[in-house]
Design a protein around this ligand. Sequence first.
Ligand code: GLN
Length: 194
Amino acid sequence: MKTIGVLAFQGDVREHLAAVEASGAKGVEVRTAAELAQIDGLILPGGESTTISKLARIFDMFDPLKATIASGLPTFGTCAGLILLADRILDGIDGQETFGGLDVTVRRNAFGHQTESFETNLAFKGISGPDLVAAFIRAPIIEQVGPEAEVLATLISGAVVGVRQKSILGISFHPEVTGEFRVHRFFIDSMVSA
Ligand code: GLN
């Protein structure tokens, strides 16, 4: 069985662990380098990207995470997790750091405040069946996509909200809060090997 780690400093860790288990893999919390070394794939949850990166620094996990993601560990980020995987960010706080890996530019809080959060249906390249139910919670938008990254999902407005670059998958929304587990299954079945 594949073991999927969820970075557990802050954010919707529990919801991701439930989505992993519903997808037929084993879900474990990751806070240390030893735990990071035990997993077949990594999820960076939604939450607050500034807080997650600061906690990663405080707990000496920033560089191990950056190096492990760069070395090709399959990694999936939702919302704040996507921001943490972007090589470039807009509207970050002063000195905000990311692990990087995705050759994209992501704008934080691109839809406005928390109260402008919304749910919508969305087609996703590589996932068949009805459109996904996608929750956008103070979500980012992917404003620029480099040649190595492939766009997997866009809103009707044309805004890019899902990309993949080799071993890294990043989406602006939260499938895990609407019981929409097909993106987790896509990640685990087609990007993670045991
Ligand atoms: N706005 C948050 C950030 O910048 C992301 C919100 C989320 O993950 N739902 O990190």
